[in-house]
Design a protein around this ligand. Structure first.
Ligand SMILES: C[S@@+](CC[C@H](N)C(=O)[O-])C[C@H]1O[C@@H](n2cnc3c(N)ncnc32)[C@H](O)[C@@H]1O
Length: 216
């Protein structure tokens, strides 16, 4: 089922790209990438055979087996250098996405665009991207079942960076900011139980972040 989270990932893919969908699971993103004409060819991979079998069935039922190659394996290790221009990794934790990207530096070098949708630890992922020669080209927001997700497009080329991020113009921004403040306030409330935690740098940092988010 294609929801607004998957649609937001899809919308960042440049037309006619060769794309890898890492952690493809059911294969819905891969299928929609080809159906929409965003991708001319997709490699749909997953570490686990259960999800990959489901993807295979869905791809075959959609009549797209000639355009989507299915591969079993860990992260980017299923790819060869230069095979794809774009890599999508959606629905995984931010730390796992960082691990997958860090594990295959040669493959990563050969890829122009990364489209990433972390389930958490977004800041950690953004920091890793900036420290590893990737420009944050754009960020969008998408809501599914009351949860707002961030979708990141990271490019090799600084010319790809949007003047104004989609996120900043999104009707979801206010709600997203309020949810973020509420989460951080809960962390502070928990930390407030320990005097050592209250005196820590982390406590001050979170306080400052809340204040800065309130200004938005
Ligand atoms: C929650 S699903 C997300 C599916 C889909 N990408 C989406 O966003 O709807 C995560 C998938 O990633 C796969 N996965 C987890 N670690 C992986 C890795 N290191 N390499 C490839 N696939 C992985 C899991 O087997 C699972 O099918």
């Amino acid at each position: 089922m294609i929801d607004s989270r998957i649609k937001a990932v899809l919308n960042f893919v440049e037309k006619n790209s060769r794309v890898a969908d890492i952690g493809a699971d059911h294969g819905y993103l891969s299928i929609e990438l080809v159906k929409s004409g965003r991708a001319s060819f997709v490699i749909a991979s997953d570490k686990n055979s259960g999800p990959l079998d489901a993807a295979k069935k869905n791809i075959s039922a959609a009549g797209l087996s000639d355009f989507i190659e299915v591969r079993l394996g860990d992260g980017l290790k299923v790819l060869r250098e230069g095979e794809v221009e774009t890599i999508c990794i959606a629905g995984m934790g931010g730390a796992l996405i960082v691990e997958i990207l860090s594990d295959s530096p040669e493959i990563l070098k050969s890829v122009q665009q990364l489209i990433l949708q972390p389930m958490n630890a977004t800041e950690k992922l953004l920091e890793w991207l900036k420290n590893n020669d990737r420009y944050i080209a754009d960020i969008d927001l998408a809501e599914v079942g009351g949860i707002i997700y961030e979708i990141i497009s990271a490019a090799k080329n600084p010319a790809r960076v949007s003047a104004v991020m989609k996120k900043e113009k999104s009707p979801l921004l206010k709600k997203f900011t309020a949810q973020k403040i509420s989460k951080l306030q809960k962390v502070l409330a928990e930390m407030s139980k320990s005097p050592a935690a209250v005196a820590s740098e982390k406590f001050k940092k979170i306080q400052a972040e809340i204040e800065s988010l309130k200004q938005k």
